[in-house]
Design a protein around this ligand. Sequence first.
Ligand code: SF4
Length: 380
Amino acid sequence: MLQPEQQPLSAAPVPSVAGPLLFWYDRHARALPWRVSPESRTAGTPPEPYRIWLSEVMLQQTTVATVKSYFARFVDRWPTVGAVAAAPETDILGEWAGLGYYARARNLHACAKTVTDDFDGCFPRTAAELRALPGIGEYTSAAIAAIAFDEPVAVVDGNVERVVTRLFAIEAPLPGARKTIRAHVAALTPDSRPGDFAQAMMDLGATVCTPTGPACILCPLRVHCRAATQGRAAQFPVKKPKAAPPERKGAAFVAVRPADGAIWLRRRARSGMLGGMSEPPTTEWSARADGATGAEAAPFAANWRYQGAVTHGFTHFRLELEVYRAELTQEPPIAGWWSNEAARGGEALPTLMRKVLDRALADPAEPRQSPKAQPRKRAG
Ligand code: SF4
């Protein structure tokens, strides 16, 4: 017997989803700073590929609510793709700080340069061409091609996955069911207004077909929806249980200049985790291995005091960094720079390193007990 994900699409009737969905979208589209509303599009205002590209890169792994303020600052500071290309990478990383997944920022800069240098500042118009650019994968290329250039390609993000698995009651778990979901979306996508259709599917998932408590009563696709008909909407999408992420350890060393409270920062290597971002010196740590811990792991001698630990969740592991602090009147013997409080807001400090600084500068009344050396688990 065929598993659900193996069943041919022809076995599932393709409902006429585009008509009712677009009718709903014309009335309920979310107002987003990078979006041209359905009314404005009808009135002849085209979407701006630069804004669509920027928003889609920012939205990879990040919520709309978080992206809005970053997007506003970026377009204010760099209103065109050419302006992004001309900016120093450190400025891009500084403006990106806090958004996470910093390879996106480096790829954003590389992509802007390619579009400026090789395409005369104009984004290519098809998903296939867009996919050849730095930092643009299958989803992002499809989203830009559909939304900015109305190419009828399947656009599948997490919201769309949820809507489609419910619409067709797809029992196969994610991520294995993705191929089936994409095929369904391709079959549903209309030749007319494919960009609005893609955005409508995303909006439906974000505002009506929500992860918990979907508002089926308000849904324009209610009559077509198998999961709703079966009263099982909340059971989809089916997900493969996730294993607990491995834990990594390391230590961070915050040197403080007593005269003005400046801290010693350095730049991480361009490749690897948090590549190119600023940090107080840390031991090695990565998705594959623990770093050294304890004050003896410091990159230079000082009167290091243990300030506690901070934890941070990355996609594939959870990191615990011990935080040490020392007052230094002289420059440390490693590359870096002093960053005073006024300059710190503009530093390309990722969220993890801001947590480290907050912990180091919290200045507890009593010095904390340094953790005793314990045998550390190492995952393979
Ligand atoms: S009817 Fe309910 S479950 Fe089905 S697509 Fe609409 S909101 Fe989602």
